[in-house]
Design a protein around this ligand. Structure first.
Ligand code: BGC
Length: 419
């Protein structure tokens, strides 16, 4: 090879290096709480996509379902002037962090990517502060599901319940068959997850909205709310004595292993079944929680970008945002996570029947005014109000002599004090 050709080759090689993503390689440090088997598989898809583009991934995982521990760690890091470059944030927390000036505005990326064309209005609004995009949505979870082990049901002579009376009749059958009827972990957010599902079943979407979104005193101090607490107390009778402190995925494992018959949990539970090699409709069933068939308690996962100075890392942040909203990630992440894509322009061929139903039900509920944000998953109120609700709900659940009427009054008082 002559010298000129050598030179040309060298120049073109270095140009190739310059234009490859590696030339811009930066690092993203991502705070999240996706640490269970299924969750880890899902977040790994993002890590791999980022690495393929040449950016490096610094994992900042803080274990603890629903993210309470993660939020505490995030506050500490942010207060000390060293926030991670990206963090999983949800609902009104997004607006709070934006108001404090921590979050980068994503409008340029959103505009270039045409986000408004494919995001449902409800999702788009949740991602915005003052009309500006400040979060990128990853997927939509549904809370009001019941996860069933069909083998256990068959042995107990039970069929999936379609109303609350049937639900308790099934629980009795499971108990008589010697299995734990309801797999549960006694943690405030898991108690809250069941509680809000009962509010939906008993008070309907309008009542749910008044209680959790509007914090309407009359709706909280109502006969229906007393019935919610009474029903919640009945549930306790079907939970095993070792539930205290148990992580949600260990409760799901009880259903997977046939030690328990059912679990009330959002569809991240599906990711645990999938990670264990179980097939929907065969090894497990997803059934909408009885009495909430037309309703959808939603929980949107999203990532926010914190303001940082390093330019290469800023590029990596932008890459992260674009990757999360792009179709390939939306598909593979949600397939692994148990949720559904946030985009309306993604075919669901590869998704299972639970996801297809979730998608259909979300659209229908959204149109009919029956889609409501999850209180237990930080979609409905600030963490102060959520914490106040959790305290009343969890204390009630753990106190065998607690009175449903008194609990209703306590809920009114706690929410008022937190406002
Ligand atoms: C999050 C889910 C997560 C679940 C359990 C929810 O609040 O939105 O992504 O899988 O908590 O950790």
């Amino acid at each position: 090879m002559n010298t000129l050709r050598h030179l040309t080759l060298a120049v073109s090689l270095s140009c190739a290096t310059l234009t490859s993503p590696l030339a811009h390689a930066g690092e993203v440090e991502v705070l999240h709480w996706w640490t269970s088997g299924g969750e880890a598989r899902a977040v790994d898809t993002l890590k791999q996509m980022m690495q393929k583009q040449g950016d490096s991934w610094k994992d900042f995982a803080v274990a603890g379902g629903a993210g309470e521990a993660a939020m505490t760690v995030l506050k500490t890091r942010a207060v000390s002037g060293n926030p991670p470059s990206a963090a999983q944030l949800k609902g009104p927390d997004i607006q709070e962090w934006a108001e404090m000036g921590f979050l980068d505005d994503l409008n340029d990326i959103a505009e270039a990517g045409g986000w408004n064309d494919f995001l449902p209005t409800r999702v788009a609004e949740t991602m915005q502060y003052d009309g500006d995009y400040v979060a990128v949505p990853a997927g939509i979870h549904r809370i009001n599901w019941l996860w069933i082990n069909p083998e256990v049901f068959k042995k107990a002579g039970a069929t999936p319940p379609t109303n609350l009376d049937e639900f308790f009749a099934v629980a009795d059958k499971l108990k008589a068959a010697g299995v734990v009827p309801i797999a549960h972990g006694g943690q405030n957010w898991q108690d809250g997850t069941i509680f809000e599902t009962l509010v939906m079943a008993i008070m309907g979407p309008e009542g749910y909205d008044k209680v959790f979104v509007q914090n309407d005193e009359d709706a909280i101090r109502s006969e229906e709310m007393v019935k919610v607490f009474e029903t919640f107390k009945r549930i306790k009778g079907y939970v095993d004595p070792n539930a205290a402190g148990r992580d949600w995925n260990l409760a799901t494992a009880m259903v997977i292993e046939g030690k328990a018959g059912m679990q009330i949990m959002g569809d991240w539970a599906k990711a645990e079944f999938a990670a264990a090699g179980k097939k929907p409709g065969v090894d497990y069933q997803c059934v909408v929680f009885p009495g909430t068939e037309s309703d959808f308690i939603y929980n949107i996962d999203s990532l926010t970008i914190f303001k940082i100075k390093n330019e290469a890392n800023q590029k990596a942040q932008e890459n992260l945002v674009r990757t999360v909203i792009d179709k390939p990630f939306q598909e593979v992440f949600n397939l692994n996570k148990g949720s559904i894509p946030v985009r309306t322009d993604i075919a669901l061929d590869k998704f299972d029947d639970c996801a297809k139903q979730s998608s259909r039900d979300f659209q229908a509920a959204d149109k009919a005014g029956r889609a409501e944000p999850s209180m237990a998953h930080s979609m409905a109120n600030t963490s102060y109000i959520q914490g106040a609700i959790f305290d009343v709900v969890t204390n009630f659940f753990n106190d065998a002599s607690a009175d449903p009427k008194k609990a209703t009054e306590q809920l009114v008082a706690a929410i008022q004090a937190a406002q």
